[in-house]
Design a protein around this ligand. Structure first.
Ligand SMILES: [Zn+2]
Length: 290
């Protein structure tokens, strides 16, 4: 079967949404779930359902006038729940993907099928230096945000993961509020990944608090990426070029029914060589369990 890749038209500054949608709809189990309307019994109102809107987008992908209408409708629904996306400004593609995932899961009330796709759990362990009390916390997450080292020529995804797993000292301006000592103390903080489901979405933190962008090349594996003893393969990348004040998002995704890779620049879609997947504009990586 030859599948023609299909882009999404830009509906005023919506490249952030188009790129996130391409990556999301390249997630095999989610694609099947949406396409086969498996969400149907959990949706009472089609007009306000984010899953139904996604279904309509998927179904009308190849129909130019209809797709504009359904993209606008999807964006409207997301804007209703998350005001930041209700205008026509440029937005962050990673934030959009995160709220879209939250809306999908909330609507389906975290049904097991969706939990198997997206439910990841992070552990946070804080140990007070004064009383040695350890506090452990478990949090669900959709997207793993990783810092990229600054002022280096290049880094690797595994290095960024190791940095995230490193012990961090909480002191100075960043003290810990210890409930046992009942005061601010110095402490050590340790993150860990408690559980990963079948999809791992990684956000490379390129935008800093001082509003600059870190363009360090972070290389990442396309096949055989192992985290928590699970083996993943890359199926989508969101790229950002430009600065925090103006830029453009594109996406590259693996074909659902073949091993080809396609680049999506709004409505323009074309096949690409896999050598072009890894570059310094990569911003969000979507991995699926083999
Ligand atoms: Zn303490």
């Amino acid at each position: 079967m030859h599948i023609i890749p299909c882009g999404f038209p830009n509906i005023s500054n919506s490249c952030y949404m188009n790129s996130a949608l391409q990556c999301l709809l390249s997630i095999n189990p989610l694609y099947t779930y949406i396409k086969n309307k498996q969400f149907k019994k959990y949706v009472s109102n089609k007009r306000t359902s984010v899953n139904y809107a996604l279904y309509k987008v998927l179904k009308n992908k190849h129909k130019y006038t209809k797709i504009i209408f359904y993209l606008q409708h999807l964006k409207f629904i997301i804007g209703e729940n998350n005001k930041i996306f209700s205008n026509n400004n440029q937005q962050d593609s990673q934030e959009f993907l995160n709220v879209l995932l939250c809306d999908i899961m909330n609507e389906l009330k975290y049904k097991p099928i969706i939990k198997n796709i997206f439910n990841n759990i992070q552990t946070t362990i804080v140990k007070c230096d004064e009383c040695n009390t350890t506090v452990e916390k478990y949090d669900d997450f959709n997207i793993l945000s990783l810092a990229i080292p600054e002022n280096v020529h290049s880094t690797t995804l595994n290095e960024c993961i190791n940095m995230y797993l490193c012990l961090t000292k909480l002191d100075g301006n960043n003290m810990y509020e210890c409930e046992v000592c009942n005061k601010k103390t110095s402490a050590t903080l340790k993150y860990d990944i408690h559980k990963i489901s079948n999809v791992l979405i990684i956000h490379l933190k390129r935008f800093n608090q001082n509003l600059s962008k870190n363009n360090t090349l972070c290389t990442f594996p396309i096949n055989n990426f192992v985290v928590c003893d699970k083996q993943f393969e890359l199926t989508g990348v969101i790229y950002h070029r430009g600065s925090l004040f103006g830029g453009h998002y594109t996406a590259s995704c693996k074909g659902m029914f073949n091993n080809n890779w396609y680049n999506y620049d709004d409505n323009v879609a074309c096949q690409i060589d896999t050598n072009n997947i890894v570059n310094s504009q990569a911003y969000v990586l979507v991995y699926q369990c083999l």
